[in-house]
Each structure stands twice: as C-alpha cells, then as structure tokens.
Design a protein around this ligand. Structure first.
Ligand code: NAD
Length: 375
C-alpha cells in the first residue's frame, strides 16, 4: 500500500496574507532574518496578525541554519512563552522555525502551531516534513524528518518575493526544478507525486526566466511560488536523489547556497540518471523525454527527448547566471581536494540518495563531480 497525504492548509493568491488574521494567540513569535526585519516586511506581517495580543520577532536566522542557532532560537521561544510561531523567510527561516518548534513542543508539552510564509520560491519547506540543519564542524547538513515538522498553514503571497534579487531568484528557481525533476524520477514516484511534479515543471520552465528578468512580474512571481510549493508536495511524498545528496555536502563544506549547488549539478545528474553515457537507462530516460515533450521540446524518441531536456537545463543555467563550476563559486582546487573523499561518502550516505533511480558507487559520484570540479 502507498499513501499520499497533504496535511498543510495552503492559502494562495490575492489577499492570502489576510489568513494571518485568523491566528488567535496570547504570545506569537515571528521567526525571520535581519533583511526582512530591516526592510519592514516582518512588521508588515505583524500588522496582519490582528488577533495576537503580544508579538515578538526573532530576527537572527542565518542561511543554512547551524545547530547553535537552533539553541539560541529555542531560548527566545521559551522566554516568549510562545503559543504560535510564524516562520517568515526563505527555507532557512522556515527550517529553523520548524526545528525549534519541534523541540519547544517536547519541552513545554504545548501544541505551538507553525504558520509558514515563504519569501523565496525554492525550497517548498512550507509543505514538507523536512528541516535541514547544518553542522559546520562536521561539514554535514542533516535533514530532520518528521510529520510533526509539517506547518499547519502555508501562506503563498507572491508579492513577498518581488524583492528577491536576480541571483537568488535563479538559485531558488533551480532548487524548484531540481525538486520536481528528482521527485519525478525517484524510485518511489507515483501518479500523485507525478501530477504535482509535472505541473511544477510546466510552471517553472515557463515562469522562472520571466521572474529572473523582471522581479516585479507579479504573475511570474505568483506562478513560481505555486511551482515551488507543488514541487515540495511531490518530493515530500517520494523524496529526491543524488543531486541533493551532493548539493548538501557542497553547502556544508563550501557554503554554496543550496539552490545554486543544485542548479550547478542538475544537467550532469540528469544526464547520468538517464544513462546518456550509453547505458540508455529506462524508465528514467523516457520519463525525462516526457517532461521534454511537456515543455515543448522535440522528443522523437526517448534518448533525443532526454538529451534535449539536459541541453535546455544547460541553456537555462547560462541565461540565469548559474555558476558552472566550483571555481565559479570561489572554491579552490586545494579546498576541494581536501574534502573530496568526504563529499563522495556524504553523498552516498545522504538520505536523499536512497531514491535515486540509478544506483551509484564512489566512482559514479566522482564521475559526476568531474563536470563541476574544474579549476
Ligand atoms: P535562504 O532562506 O537561505 O535565503 C537566502 C537569502 O535570501 C537570505 O540572505 C535571505 O535574507 C534572502 N531573502 C529571503 N527572502 C527574501 C526576499 N523576499 N527579498 C530579498 N531577499 C530575501 O534561501 P532558500 O533557498 O530559500 O533556503 C535554503 C535553505 O533551505 C537551505 O538550508 C536548504 O538546505 C533548505 N531546504 C529545505 C528544504 C525543506 O524541505 N525543509 C528543502 C530544500 C532546501
């Protein structure tokens, strides 16, 4: 038996922020980062929370939240005696809030609902049972996995993404493409996750270039927010693949933003998974060809379709300024060589790699890495 469950309520479209008025609480805490506090976005969100008596804001979330930050955020949450938390920001703010709330619930015995308001269109964290925490010393990003990490409500307000600069739009947009493609070819993929992944890909291939070119394109921003959430629903059900396995390690060792690491690897991992090295691996090759057809690329047979999709990803990489190599991300040869063995092992051991459609060994990961390890 398989199951497909979506328990988070998703509010989207015009006026979706009004849903914040439905929160009734004595003590509410907004979890966010310095940028969204400084620019007044957090205060604006607090303004919508009309039925909360006291609202405090924790604004110290950093990208790729480290373990130490969770301890600090937990103290803040307990001191505030929070009975609801609003996570406002990108995946880092949402994941930090999810992890902190999980521990706070255990310590206080209180329910503490979590409302997620994403301000990037990338991680889909607003609807996933994952939270990624970084152990910088060990050079590892840990995905925590539990249904209790699922936010009660996700509010998709496209207007909050308008301020995202082009480079972060590109990074997070490639995260969406990676989530949807890895979910689509996951060994656990099913008809329900396919429906979410296909729609997500259709939207992302059309609207990501538009959002990148013009951040104020309201339709593109709204559609990318939807694409990100749909991809989150898809991978939450059927997991991901080795692209994420390697990207997690790049993030932990070199602090490359998550979506950028995914985007840099994506065409190479899809090429490998389809068996375009001459293996011609089915059903992955045909599934990638199906996506090629869906987005209007020629696919007169499975191989041509999969190859055209890989080429399309490469073209988009260039058009959206995705770095092609680790060198482009300011990683030196020495730094890479020093941790290469660890990256390979981490990628093999990463929980996401389990559902990769092509089984890998150390040499296979090394062969994928060759494409980006150019100095
Ligand atoms: P992020 O949250 O780290 O934010 C990146 C930068 O964008 C930050 O500097 C932030 O201040 C800025 N930013 C956010 N919103 C903005 C806005 N509206 N305008 C201008 N700047 C804005 O980036 P992300 O890609 O959203 O999240 C990445 C994190 O999420 C990583 O730690 C990754 O591992 C994790 N992740 C989690 C899941 C999950 O299911 N939980 C899935 C994928 C990735």
């Amino acid at each position: 038996m398989q199951k497909f469950k979506i328990s988070t309520e998703v509010c989207f479209g015009k006026d979706s922020l009004l849903a914040l008025g439905d929160i009734n609480a004595n003590n509410a805490v907004i979890f966010t980062d310095a940028f969204l506090t400084k620019t007044g976005v957090a205060a604006n969100i607090a303004g919508y929370m009309k039925n909360c008596k006291n609202i405090k804001t924790y604004s110290d979330i950093k990208p790729d939240p480290p373990v130490e930050l969770i301890a600090d955020a937990l103290r803040f949450l307990l001191d505030a005696d929070a009975d609801v938390v609003v996570a406002l920001g990108g995946g880092s703010s949402i994941d930090a809030a999810k992890s902190t709330v999980l521990i706070a619930r255990k310590q206080t015995g209180k329910d503490i609902p979590l409302i997620a308001v994403p301000t990037t269109s990338g991680t889909g964290s607003e609807v996933t049972s994952f939270a990624v925490i970084t152990d910088r010393q060990a050079g590892v990003k840990y995905p925590l996995v539990s249904d209790s990490l699922l936010p009660k409500t996700a509010i998709l307000a496209g207007e909050l993404v308008a301020s995202v600069p082009p480079q972060i739009t590109s990074d997070t947009g490639f995260d969406v493409l990676t989530h949807a493609l890895e979910a689509y070819i996951s060994t656990a993929a099913n008809d329900f996750s396919d429906a979410m992944a296909e729609k997500s890909l259709e939207l992302a291939f059309e609207f990501l270039p538009r959002a990148f070119k013009n951040g104020n394109d309201e339709i593109a921003r709204e559609k990318m927010h939807t694409a990100s959430c749909l991809a989150g629903m898809a991978f939450n059900a059927v997991s991901l693949g080795v692209n994420h396995g390697i990207a997690h390690s790049f993030g932990a060792h070199f602090h490359i933003p998550h979506g950028r690491a995914n985007g840099m690897l994506l065409p190479h991992v899809m090429w490998y998974n389809a068996g375009l090295d001459g293996q011609g691996l089915e059903p992955t090759m045909s599934r990638l060809a199906k996506i090629a057809r869906l987005i209007g690329l020629p696919a007169y047979n499975a191989k041509a379709g999969a190859q055209n999709l890989v080429n399309k990803l490469k073209t988009m990489q260039r058009e959206l300024s995705v770095p092609q190599t680790l060198k482009d991300c300011n990683v030196t040869k020495e730094a890479y060589e020093g941790v290469k063995a660890h990256i390979i092992q981490s990628a093999l051991n990463d929980a996401c790699t389990v559902t990769n459609p092509r089984k890998l060994n150390e040499k296979d990961i090394e062969n994928i890495l060759v494409n980006v390890a150019k100095f």
